[in-house]
Unconditional design. Structure first.
Length: 388
């Protein structure tokens, strides 16, 4: 393991088919007023809303409704959520939904008691909260982002054509998260596979960095293999509980700060994907899928030995009679086949991006330096053009 680090994860998890009942154990720890945060209505159709509401009532809570959180939550919605929280002096922000609801709850949590504009403070200036933070709890209905056990909060500003994530510290992570794989069963298949690719790419973003082979790399490979195996089961039978439960647990561990220990981490697929999403409002996991292959093929020569390891360990490529480049390419080809089997979007044109957007998307892409190649703007344009 390279480097010095500390490790703590502040979120308590309840996992499994019976996990919702543990909301009864958590609620007494917080004050009376709960802001119930949810999305566009899926939880009203699948029964989760009623089940949660019943427990809130049984615990004597005053419930303040905050529905309508959209996928890729916007800064305008954030302002609205802050207003609701202030007016009702809420004690707990309870997000019931996917990563968007959970991310949004965290953004509200750091903004309620802050006088400054949260977009400027947290997403442009990247300052840390210096105000009282309202606690967040999460009941997850979609596996993918890992938001249930991390401090990440991604907000979209359509006017500025920017989608930006701030990774807050442990004080902003959900105090508890309830993970019932059954709640994810009503997801449309397209959302399910987008979530699966999001999980896989979170692991890649951490794995494709660094020169040593450390514990995090081995854990990452195990997680990737589990995601591949279970995704193939789930795509054939979306109601396979075992597969869906493994996917949900892998999602949490893919981005809960564990496998980034000892890694510089890349995150350029996410930076490209977020910029595409800022222009198209496309589904997060699909934007990642659409830029991944051109990106990885481009950086492969700069991190060749890691791509060889990826091919052999994750995809079972036999190196015999092949050059390192051929082994590495065979790994990416196997990944491409898997992505096709899942039915992922493999180009950004399908997601609404057009050639005239390339320049703008490239400039909206934040350039990070933790991966195998620090891209310049021309290289970003080239990768985006190949992704069209
Ligand atoms: O809004 P509703 O009606 O609930 O429908 C949602 C939404 O349309 C639907 N859905 C969720 N659970 C469902 C369901 N439909 C039926 N049954 C269920 N059980 O799925 C759609 C997408 O939901 P969303 O929450 O937007 O998806 P996801 O979990 O992928 O979250 C995406 C957001 O998280 C950010 C993304 O950028 C994006 O803004 N991310 C957050 C990260 C973090 N906190 O660390 C990291 C990620 O890389 C990502 O950037
Ligand atoms: Zn992601």
């Amino acid at each position: 393991m390279l480097g010095n680090f500390s490790y703590k994860n502040a979120t308590k998890l309840y996992f499994g088919d019976d996990s919702l009942k543990f909301l009864n154990d958590e609620l007494p720890k917080y004050g009376n007023t709960v802001q119930l945060i949810y999305g566009g209505g899926s939880i009203k159709k699948n029964g989760v809303y009623d089940a949660v509401k019943e427990i809130l009532c049984a615990n004597g809570k005053t419930v303040v409704e905050d529905g309508g959180v959209m996928p890729n939550p916007t800064v305008e919605k954030l302002y609205e959520g802050v207003k609701i929280a202030r007016e009702n002096k809420v004690d707990l922000l309870l997000a019931v939904g996917g990563g968007s609801c959970c991310d949004y709850a965290k953004a509200v949590s750091v903004s309620v008691n802050c006088d400054e504009d949260p977009w400027d403070k947290y997403y442009i200036r990247f300052e840390e909260p210096d105000c009282k933070i309202v606690p967040v709890g999460c009941i997850l209905t979609m596996a993918g982002t890992g938001s249930e056990m991390n401090g990440g909060s991604v907000i979209t500003n359509h006017k500025e054509k920017l989608k930006i994530g701030h990774v807050f510290g442990e004080e902003v992570m959900p105090k508890f998260s309830i993970l019932n794989p059954r709640f994810t069963m009503s997801l449309p298949k397209r959302q399910m596979v987008a979530g699966i690719y999001d999980i896989f790419n979170h692991i890649c973003e951490q794995y494709f960095s660094g020169e040593d082979n450390n514990v995090s790399d081995y854990i990452a490979e195990a997680l990737m293999k589990s995601v591949i195996r279970n995704s193939l089961v789930a795509v054939d039978d979306t109601q396979d509980y075992e597969a869906r439960s493994n996917i949900m647990w892998a999602a949490t561990w893919a981005l809960n700060t564990l496998i980034s220990r000892g890694k510089t981490t890349d995150w350029m697929v996410h930076m490209l994907g977020h910029a595409v999403s800022a222009y198209t409002d496309a589904t997060h996991g699909m934007t990642l899928a659409a830029v991944s292959l051109p990106y990885y093929r481009y950086i492969m020569p700069y991190g060749l030995s890691r791509f060889v390891r990826f091919a052999e360990e994750v995809w079972g490529v036999c190196p015999q009679g092949k050059s390192d480049e051929q082994v590495a390419e065979a790994g990416l080809a196997a990944m491409e086949e898997w992505m096709k089997k899942l039915g992922l979007s493999l180009n950004i044109g399908e997601l609404g991006a057009t050639p005239d957007m390339i320049d703008g998307i490239a400039h909206a892409t934040e350039i990070l330096d933790g991966g195998y190649k620090v891209l310049n703007i021309e290289e970003i344009k080239q990768i985006l053009t190949e992704s069209l």
